[in-house]
Ligand binder design. Structure first.
Ligand SMILES: [Zn+2]
Ligand SMILES: [Zn+2]
Length: 464
């Protein structure tokens, strides 16, 4: 149990993923990485732990209010922060790594675990993962369009077809448009305070725009008639939003312009977007741990998976991807104007959505060839044959640890291998190997140097 943690915060282990579960996450990571790479985003690794002072300009400016970052103090008194976002760290790295010297727009991808203290259950450490992309140096809405394009296409690869998800777009405007919106918005609710639920009365004092996320009927009704930020946008903000929507039309991504979607205290601002699941009834197994605070949920107050019974859950507006302008955060971290847009995928939510859509988890590839061995000498020699097959690109499984041929052949049949290569003491000395069809048991002894050719022919014949 680490000692260095914020006092009073129960420390939960990060979400480990056993091999069977990691297959999907690895698939998401590599598929997204390849896709982003095609669009010119180069991968960068950022540290999970950093000096707290790195992000303090953001905290001071109120950009870290939506998620509460996790801080820690070392024995020697240094303050650290666990990264609440990987894209923020790309912006923080811009100066130190002299990225200014690189061609712009600069495109970087990043990913990994991010940490925050949960908002739902007070003070719980949340670990989720993300796969993100950042574009720096593009002022126009084509930056947002390209980020969305990559996120959207990636989600499609993971089964999030256009019917299953929807793209929500909104704006939070610049300082100028926000001032007018805020006073009008507050006035609307001030005269209707008595009709709000208890939670919203509290929200009104602390963060009025959060009322927009309330699902209570009476609050939702009042929100519906509330002034919309979209009516308060200044000319440049309006033009930017319009430009972005035109790009979306062009690339064939339909969207909902949703004035009730607003973010405050976030590093995303000005123009924001998210891709969420459409409504669907799902049943989540207990092991999904929806309530234990260790799995992903949306960083905002937006309801994600709302329990309606013991086993059946309603999948509603779960955030699979989100993003927006991060110029303000960039400016605070770099110390001068920086045009930047970022977007991230939420792999944990993608996993949950896939389960809801009843999509199978990826399975490890089954090699059709199994390498068995008998005796110490053959065991040593079989390691060379295994490596030879790897170099030749022939997928093979082995079970070096088992000694009985029978038990090895049982394993071969169990994993679905069609061909077993058997290396005994005699074969190892002769430089031969027994090639045996698992199902029929028909076998022949072949010289090891002819093995590759034989396997190639066999695999070709069987269309593998
Ligand atoms: Zn504006
Ligand atoms: Zn309410």
């Amino acid at each position: 149990m680490p000692k260095a943690r914020t006092a009073g915060v129960p420390f939960l282990i990060p979400t480990d993923r056993p091999p069977a579960r990691e297959l999907l996450f690895a698939h998401i990571r590599t598929t997204f990485g390849t896709l982003a790479g095609f669009y010119g985003f180069n991968a960068m690794h950022v540290a999970p732990l950093l000096e707290a002072s790195t992000l303090s300009p953001l905290a001071k400016a109120g950009l870290l209010e939506e998620v509460s970052p996790v801080t820690a103090k070392t024995k020697t008194g240094e303050d650290f922060i666990l990264r609440p976002s990987t894209v923020l760290l790309i912006l923080a790295a811009y100066g130190p790594y002299k990225m200014n010297d690189l061609p712009h727009p600069l495109k970087v991808s990043c990913g990994g675990e991010v940490f925050s203290l949960g908002t739902g259950v007070e003070g719980r450490l949340k670990t989720t993962s993300e796969e993100g992309i950042v574009m720096i140096g593009e002022e126009g809405p084509i930056a947002e369009a390209e980020i969305v394009q990559v996120l959207w296409r990636a989600l499609q690869e993971f089964g999030a077809s256009a019917e299953r998800v929807r793209m929500e777009v909104s704006a939070t405007g610049c300082t100028q448009c926000r001032a007018g919106f805020r006073s009008s918005f507050n006035a609307h609710f001030r005269t209707r305070l008595a009709r709000l639920c208890t939670a919203c009365k509290r929200r009104f004092k602390k963060n009025p725009t959060q009322i927009l996320t309330c699902t209570e009927e009476k609050c939702a009704a009042l929100s519906a008639t509330a002034p919309s930020i979209l009516d308060f946008l200044c000319e440049p903000c309006k033009k930017h939003l319009r430009g972005f929507l035109e790009f979306l039309d062009e690339i064939g991504i339909s969207y909902f312009l949703d004035a009730k979607y607003f973010r405050e205290g976030s590093w995303y601002h000005q123009l924001i977007f998210r891709i969420v699941t459409n409504d669907a009834e799902i049943s989540l197994p207990e092991a999904e741990g929806v309530a234990d605070g260790m799995v992903a949920d949306a960083p905002t107050d937006v309801p994600t998976v709302a329990p309606t019974g013991s086993a059946v859950t309603r999948l509603r507006g779960m955030v699979l991807a989100e993003g927006g302008r991060v110029s303000k955060a960039g400016e605070l971290l770099v110390g001068r104007r920086l045009d930047a847009v970022a977007g991230v995928l939420n792999p944990e939510n993608i996993e949950r959505a896939r389960h809801a859509w009843k999509l199978p988890d990826p399975e490890p590839p089954v090699p059709h060839i199994f390498l068995a061995q008998l005796g110490e000498y053959a065991k040593r020699k079989s390691m060379n044959i295994f490596e030879l097959l790897r170099r030749e690109g022939i997928p093979v499984r082995e079970s070096l640890g088992r000694d009985s041929l029978k038990s090895q052949l049982t394993v071969a049949a169990k994993i679905g291998a069609r061909m077993a290569l058997i290396l005994g003491q005699k074969e190892a000395i002769d430089g031969t190997v027994i090639v045996r069809e698992v199902e029929s048991g028909i076998q022949e002894t072949v010289p090891q140097e002819k093995l590759i050719d034989l396997l190639r022919r066999y695999l070709k014949k069987n269309g593998e």
